[in-house]
Design a binder for this molecule. Structure first.
Ligand code: AVI
Length: 303
């Protein structure tokens, strides 16, 4: 982590990779974000799943193995499992062994007949799916939450390429994708009135202080989130309130007043743009959205 953080802080536009948001406190705060009034993605995605679950289950197919990437939100997983009594196995993939085992223990109690094959791995890198005892037709990747939006488009493409290698032609991917919409709705989702997103953003510095022995004065930074329309993404930054020096172990970083540390991008796609993004490896077979077209659930089939 140290090398990556230092390298990011030495760039002309300082940055810290968004994957470092998720320590224990960061994961708790993100969970809180998903329940905020202004943060429409989680509840809209859940509603899309609920309202179309029969059709979605039909697209996934009973004789499949569901591979969930970053097996975070068990509400969405349960919805799927509840409507697919006959799937051949469920493979949750997560980087945190502790989190993964907790999920597995919980699901085993609720679905005693389901074969669960956890994989502890960083799913952005190639990984292997363990042998599955029951016969099955296809692997179907389940990737909800619009986490794909946190990759730059070129990284998203590389990621899709890596994932597509797990599949044979005809295999699928059920993916949540946040859609382009008016600036006001987008910016409100990342500037909530209870300032949970601000705390989530600032917690990055708290983590750096604790884990990298840094001395960021957290009160001297401010949360900033805005929609960069040209790039089609929400950007989150931490703005320095004054000129300051920060120490990380024996490195010194100077930060000007008003200078920012870029902490996250969250890309928003039109349905056309997303189709373009995936087209080398996947065909978009079916799209489900809400009535306001805020969010989409898409079923992609490997070409
Ligand atoms: C995890 N990811 C899809 C969230 C998003 O909306 O990009 C992370 C997040 N950042 C601030 N609020 C939520």
């Amino acid at each position: 982590m140290f090398e990556e953080v230092i390298e990011g802080l030495r760039r002309p536009q300082k940055m810290i990779p968004s994957k470092f948001f998720y320590d224990e406190r960061g994961s708790e705060l993100f969970d809180e974000i998903t329940r905020l009034d202004e943060y429409y993605p989680t509840r809209t995605e859940t509603r899309i799943l609920e309202e179309n679950i029969e059709e979605i289950a039909g697209a996934v197919g009973e004789q499949s193995v569901i591979v969930e990437l970053g097996s975070g939100n068990s509400t969405k997983t349960r919805l799927l499992l509840d409507h697919m009594a006959d799937i051949s196995a469920y493979v949750p993939v997560d980087i945190s062994e502790e989190y993964l085992m907790k999920t597995v223990r919980m699901l085993k109690k609720e679905y005693p007949d389901l074969s669960i094959k956890p994989v502890c791995a960083d799913y952005t890198k190639p990984f292997q799916i363990p042998p599955i005892a029951k016969p099955f037709e296809y692997y179907v990747i389940f990737y909800p939450g619009s986490t794909i939006g946190n990759f730059r488009p070129e990284k998203a493409r590389l990621f899709l390429k890596t994932i597509s290698k797990l599949l044979v032609p005809g295999g699928g991917m059920l993916i949540g994708v946040d859609l382009k919409k008016d600036r006001e709705t987008l910016e409100a989702a990342y500037n909530d009135s209870r300032c949970v997103t601000a705390e989530f953003n600032l917690n990055m510095l708290v983590r750096m202080n604790r884990e990298l022995n840094a001395d960021f004065d957290v009160d001297e930074f401010e949360h900033l989130a805005f929609y960069n329309e040209e790039k089609g993404r929400i950007e989150m930054h931490l703005v320095s309130r004054q000129k300051q020096e920060v120490h990380l172990q024996d490195e010194v970083i100077s930060i000007d007043e008003g200078e920012t540390i870029h902490t996250e991008n969250s890309y928003k796609y039109s349905l056309e743009e997303f189709r373009e993004l995936v087209k080398e490896w996947f065909e978009v077979q079916k799209v489900w959205t809400d009535e306001k077209e805020l969010f989409s659930m898409q079923y992609l089939v490997k070409k």
